[in-house]
Design a protein around this ligand. Sequence first.
Ligand code: ADP
Ligand code: MG
Length: 712
Amino acid sequence: MNSRPPITLRDLAAIDVGQLKGVGDKKRASLAAFDIETVLDLITTYPRRWVDRTNEARIADLVPGQEALVLVAVRSVTKRTTRNRRSMITANVGDGSGRMEVVFFNQPWRERQLKEGLQIALFGKADTYRGGLQMSNPIVDLIGDRTGKIVPIYPQSEKAQLNTWELAGWIEEALRRCRDRGIADPVPDEIVARLGMVGRSAALWTIHGPESIREKEDARRRLAFDELLRVQLVLVLRKRELERSSQGLSHAVDGELVRRFHEALPYPLTGAQARVIAEIERDLVSSHPMHRLLQGDVGSGKTVVAVSTLLAAVQGGHQGALMAPTEVLAEQHATGVRALLGDLKVPDPGNLFGDRPLRVELLTNRVTGSDRRDVLAGLADGSVDIAIGTHALIQEGVEFSSLGAVVVDEQHRFGVEQRAALRDKSSGHVPDVLVMTATPIPRTAAMTVYGDLDVSVLDEMPPGRTPILTKWANGPLLEVEVWADVRHEIAEGRQAYVVCPLIDESEKLEVASAEETFQRLLLDELHGLSIGLLHGRLSPGEKQMTMDLFRAGQLDVLVATTVIEVGVDVPNATMMVILDADRFGIAQLHQLRGRVGRGQHASTCWLVTQEHDADNGGNPRVEALVASTDGFELAEVDLDLRGEGTLMSTSQKGRSDLKLASLRRDRELVALAREAAFEIVDADPGLVDHPVLRDELDLLFTEEDEGFLAKS
Ligand code: ADP
Ligand code: MG
């Protein structure tokens, strides 16, 4: 009886692939070129396809004109040169159901590759040719003489001289040699059983040699879950650690000030606003510092939520700060927040009148001289209640008397360093932090990308909004209609934005193209209208002046680069024209479109593209925008269209990368993994009772990976 403990991933990572039969120096080098150095790397090299011999894959079932996969044996191979001197290899192949011809042009090496009797999988389009079937230049996978109903096909490379059957053979050998001791399964039995998952050993064995596609799916589900669980464990451990190690403020949220603010609003809160404010208040009351992400589409009413949060801090005798990514946005926020606050008074029993005015101050690099000194003094002595500014608020030598809550607007990554800076700002305690973003990301992606934050979602728009009508002008003929529409809208007293083509490589080219567009519209399509130009190379003063003119209605049309992407708010602007819309991403188009639809008049967004070949698969991003105005729905489409990408920071694909799991397809598994991670960590915060699991994290995640995951 063998009493040694089961084999761990660390054990497997310590065995060089050279230990396997048939892996000599040459093969070892080929494997290394594939990043396969250890037995762990090898057995986590999963098939990229599984072919069910009995079900698909028969020649008799091929339909001319359709792509399909067949599993066949090579019968004979001939080589000739065509009249235009191209090489042409013809292979006769067959299976139990029939035979066909396969031709390869300009691939002379196929002659050496396709030996008689070899089993191969072909993927391609079959056509009828001289009464028989023919495939030309299909994708070829060598299967070797493998038997079994389901054939796994591994990633393989001609260059590295590795065949799928060789990989399969080595993996089989490696797994066979693990059989006696078995492979450790560090996930608690209870969780595995509750989720109806197969054991890890079985899953590894099965994924490389399933009896059925169904069985393969179960194995994949288990192994994908393990990948996601490890990511979530890193995130949840980090989250809990931060919560333990930092002392937050316990705000009193049932005070008078926030109530007065809500009562003074000219409208009732939406259900979503009320819910999210309650979620935030729970965090504020708790002595753990809040670190929460607020996702809400453009126009969903995030400002009210932000101000409620800041006022909760003020109400408890602390200060609030609102940080924007740019000075212009900070200024807009200051204006907007002041308007929203009206003449709200802070209850103050020490005051003769029972309350005192609320003091809100703007602090950017443009606030200078004695104004600046005043604001800084007010922050330090606590007489400034709410500070609005850029990151300079927490970075430069700014002292707060007692910073209680920070709202960060439109910040993509507000990370560990920034949080550390906050701690230094606030005499020991860590202020509560709310990060707001108008770029919705799908919930399960948020669980990973922002995995150490709590997430709140404003998923309801304030009432009374006319939805934006989005239209696609594909080609110059339709573009004519666009400019006519702009003129019509302006005749009605409205205003329009024209967004110029995005040029990623160079701001200079982008500005040049914006100037060109501006000149062209001025002389031609929009001749006679008053038009302004806004781009990143103008001085802040020029930008300000142009924006002020547009806001005051003295410009009919604002031609701009994407500098208008965030924050600009002109309710009378009801038309948005985006040129070369196919150069923008979905999220960016959605942001841009959000600049209109802000007033009581119906708005239109025109997406203009150069003529697009409809046969060319159309333009899925533009079509998505036409079909939906829901940011979350669009975020899902975006994720689908973009595919996976790698999760980790490192450009080199790490061991921690997801090999089987997909944030796109495995949304349910992401949620299950997150739940399981909380369950495990909350019962065992240091993973002392789960040493193998702990060890897997140490093995598979570099510090860099962990840092990246937590850097949200
Ligand atoms: P966001 O910052 O999420 O893009 P804002 O906070 O700027 O959205 O709000 C967008 C508009 O909706 C503002 O004009 C605001 O006055 C209005 N608004 C916010 N909350 C409500 C509500 N509950 N009912 C009606 N209008 C609202
Ligand atoms: Mg906003």
